[in-house]
Write a protein that binds this ligand. Structure first.
Ligand code: PLP
Length: 481
């Protein structure tokens, strides 16, 4: 017995390292706080993009301890200083959000208190907060209170949950799969196709819809296709619209598609991962008319609410359809059943134990209120218009006026092939790194894509971008002409 006790005591001394004392915590907090403050204060002076690989050796896990200052130095040189900087306002590629600081504080709190947000019984308060964020989203998108929802890791998993519910509602399985038709835009996000493979629906008939000149679904053609498919003995069961496409930010005609879906008993899914929260911008509200008709809706707070990466959301009207795949009871869960006052996040998601991600959305909304979010949306919309004007002044061609804040441009080189010219131009842009842009293809044409959504993107940022583009244009002409 004594031997046992002395062994435990010896081990405790070592394992105590994992539970730092007040003094040790103060020291660690201070170092991380200093790092975070330096990072944010100096963000504007860093380039938005630096190419190159980390020194993998420096990241290797050895089983010996290191001090935090050494580790932070490595984090700075090998992580923060390489690649695209999503926290920077000069990140105008993909869909940047920036990352609201108060959400980081929420993550800290959620981790320190380590609330169990998967089940109401375990943390009624945490689940109530998660459900409150969902209720708030139901209200801004005109969804009924009876709808269910889930905070996911991102838009991809949110879409996966929605598509699974559609599959289960329409009982798309076995021999029915190959006869069933899903209608979507060629501009739909690729995570939809990934989700279909994951949930066993890759053999569906996928009907890619025709688009109008603004890259939006042509509803006349959609109607025709459904009719033809029915006549041929197929089973149309779902249509997917996008509110803010990845390439051009286009919002499909949501109300018209909703009516067609209703007439034909189709599950109506809207992927508004990028664009959804612009519904809060007075000037854009009307574009979202019809979003309330969706059976399922996806938005990405880590894009449209400027939160750090790691939070998407799905809302679904038909609870039973979602519960079919996700609701489960097991013997070791019996304590949880009696206390079901609210929906458990674990009944609406493949996840059981999960990060308490509701807090990173709830806390910023509580601290800041809604006004600064609304102002940010209007600001980003105006910055987009400002940037496009400046681009035209510089001699660039720009894509059609966007619904939101994603657009594209290219330089109309007369002397050589335009695609060759613009590819070279982007090489110089990425080499420069001051402001980051991504690229895409629109009707086979190579174009430079701009997405303005970071909280830190300001008028100065756009002026910096224009100065950089001017410089890169000269370099490109020198290289190619
Ligand atoms: C970003 C995006 C997704 C994927 O979301 P993740 O959060 O990256 O998983 C899906 N659809 C659209 C329209 C998007 O913009």
């Amino acid at each position: 017995m004594n031997e046992l006790i002395s062994e435990i005591t010896a081990l405790q001394k070592i394992s105590q390292e994992l539970n730092p004392s007040f003094k040790e915590r103060e020291k660690l907090n201070q170092q991380v706080r200093e790092f975070a403050n330096n990072f944010i204060e100096n963000l504007d002076s860093y380039p938005a993009y630096v190419s190159g690989n980390p020194d993998f050796n420096k990241l290797t896990i050895h089983s010996i301890k290191k001090n935090l200052s050494e580790i932070l130095a490595t984090y700075n040189s090998e992580v923060v200083s390489k690649g695209i900087k999503p926290a920077s306002g000069k990140h105008l590629g993909y869909v940047p959000g920036g990352g609201i600081y108060t959400a980081a504080l929420a993550d800290f709190l959620a981790s320190v208190t380590n609330e169990y947000a998967g089940i109401y019984y375990a943390s009624p308060g945490a689940v109530a907060i998660e459900n409150e964020t969902l209720n708030w989203m139901k209200s801004i998108f005109g969804f009924p209170k009876s709808a269910v929802g889930n905070l996911t890791s991102g838009g991809s998993i949110a879409n996966l949950i929605a598509l699974t519910a559609a599959r289960d509602k329409h009982k798309i399985k076995n021999e029915k799969i190959q006869k069933s038709v899903l209608y979507l835009s060629p501009q739909a996000h690729h995570c939809i196709h990934k989700a279909l493979r994951i949930i066993g629906l890759e053999d569906l008939k996928i009907s890619k819809l025709d688009l109008d000149e603004f890259s939006k679904i042509d509803t006349g053609k959609l109607k025709e296709k459904i009719k033809q498919d029915i006549n041929k003995g197929f089973n149309p069961f779902m249509v997917i619209a996008t509110a803010g496409t990845t390439d051009t930010g286009a919002i499909d005609p949501l109300a018209a598609i909703g009516e067609i879906a209703k007439e034909n008993n189709l599950w109506y899914h809207i992927d508004a991962a990028y664009g959804g929260f612009f519904v809060l911008a007075e000037s854009k509200k009307q574009l979202f008319k019809g979003i309330e008709l969706a059976d399922s809706l996806v938005v990405d707070p880590h894009k449209g609410l400027f939160l750090p990466y790691g939070i998407g959301a799905v809302l679904i009207k038909d609870k039973e359809a979602v519960f079919h795949s996700h609701h489960y009871t097991a013997d070791y869960m019996q304590d949880a059943i009696s206390a079901d006052v609210q929906i458990n996040p674990s009944d609406v998601s493949p996840e059981l134990t999960k990060h308490f991600r509701g807090l990173r959305m709830w806390l910023p909304l509580q601290i800041h209120g809604l006004e600064p979010f609304k102002a940010s949306f209007e600001e980003k919309l105006l910055l987009t218009a400002y940037f496009r004007n400046k681009l035209v002044e510089l001699g660039f061609k720009v894509g059609p006026k966007p619904d939101l804040t994603i657009s594209y441009f290219w330089y109309p080189s007369e002397k050589i092939d335009e695609n060759t010219f613009n590819k070279k131009l982007v090489e110089f842009i990425h080499e420069n790194g001051d402001v980051f842009f991504s690229t895409t293809k629109i009707n086979q044409k190579f174009v430079i894509r701009m997405a303005i959504l970071s909280i830190r993107t300001k008028k100065d940022t756009i002026d910096t971008a224009i100065a950089m583009l001017q410089k890169c244009l000269i370099q490109t002409k020198k290289a190619l002409y």
